[in-house]
Ligand binder design. Structure first.
Ligand code: NAP
Length: 286
């Protein structure tokens, strides 16, 4: 496959960053990859597994001579680091990211004067584990990667980022950052917060002392996401709060409708809501 970057820099060699670096090296689209991070332990894990070629805690040092930079740090950190990355790289260096919220980073690129060479991206893949030790070059295979260019983004840069995700085995879907953020508020952020709330509710409902003994598949499956990284999700919630509150309101309306039907003993209304949920879940497959 054609090399897309002679010197790529992945800032944040955690689950997503190290997986991306590894897959891009394997696919032959990154000739050489530098990994940037804070903790030596995580950087060494990325290096010893061969996900990256060289590691450093010095961002400025890594950026020297880069032709493609991927920000794979928590979303608030990416927004904070972007001006420094813009400043330290040449006009021909393409900038992208993998963050779960897209509007703030796209706006930060515009504010830093780098809208033309910044292409936001978000792989619809991942998990609740963090760090390079969990990285997997096949993580993005068969998944969707959303690409969110701004109206000012160069077409050539968009094409490189789309080709990168295709090389990792993903199907690229292109849309505006606001459309992305409103949609993932429903498909990703709401499920996370529902899992969190379910697990938290259980901590307040153990009057009889048997709660843990009676936890089986349903609770485990539905609360799985509650174990996700707290700091990462706190920054996602903060940066997508408006769309998340809208999704929560839509959920609350449905929840209250269901509660009222149960309270009123309206079996037909309960069945109709169960049927609507069942058909939607069946339509998306396993
Ligand atoms: P992760 O495994 O915790 O990795 C984050 C990495 O960022 C860590 O290696 C951390 O390094 C590094 N980092 C944090 N602050 C830094 C800084 N100031 N300078 C340099 N490195 C820094 O998290 P992740 O799951 O890969 O998430 C990374 C991004 O991917 C986030 O923006 C998230 O929204 C997005 N994303 C996640 C998923 C998912 O399911 N996990 C899916 C799609 C997109 P240290 O270990 O040294 O602190």
């Amino acid at each position: 496959m054609k090399v897309l970057a002679e010197k790529a820099v992945v800032v944040g060699t955690g689950l997503i960053g190290a997986s991306l670096a590894s897959a891009a090296k394997q696919a032959g689209v990154f000739a050489r990859v530098s990994g940037v991070g804070r903790s030596e332990a995580n950087l060494q894990a990325a290096l010893s597994a061969g996900h990256v070629d060289v590691v450093t805690t010095r961002l400025d040092e890594a950026l020297d001579g880069a032709d493609l930079v991927v920000l794979a740090v928590p979303v608030d950190t990416a927004v904070a680091l972007l001006p420094e990355v813009v400043e330290a790289t040449g006009e021909s260096c393409l900038l992208t990211d993998v963050g779960s919220v897209k509007t703030p980073i796209c706006e930060a690129a515009v504010a830093a004067g780098a809208a033309a060479r910044f292409v936001g991206a978000h792989p619809m893949a991942g998990g609740t584990d963090s760090g390079a030790v969990h990285a997997d070059p096949d993580l993005f295979r068969g998944r969707v990667a959303v690409v969110t260019p701004t109206p000012e983004t160069d077409a050539a840069g968009i094409e490189v980022v789309e080709r990168l995700w295709q090389a990792l085995g993903s199907r690229v879907v292109t849309m505006g950052s606001r459309e992305h953020d409103a949609t993932v508020a429903v498909t990703s952020h709401l499920p996370q917060l529902l899992a969190t709330c379910l697990a938290e509710t259980a901590t307040r409902c153990d009057d009889r002392g048997h709660l843990e003994e009676l936890i089986a598949g349903g609770f485990r499956d539905t609360s799985r996401l509650a174990a996700s990284d707290v700091a990462m999700w706190a920054s996602i919630v903060d940066l997508n709060s408006e769309a998340i509150v809208e999704a929560m309101d839509a959920f609350t309306a449905g929840w209250e409708r269901l509660r009222a039907a149960i309270e009123a003993g309206d079996a037909a209304a309960v069945e109709s809501i169960l049927t609507a949920g069942c058909s939607m879940r069946e339509s998306i497959g396993k």
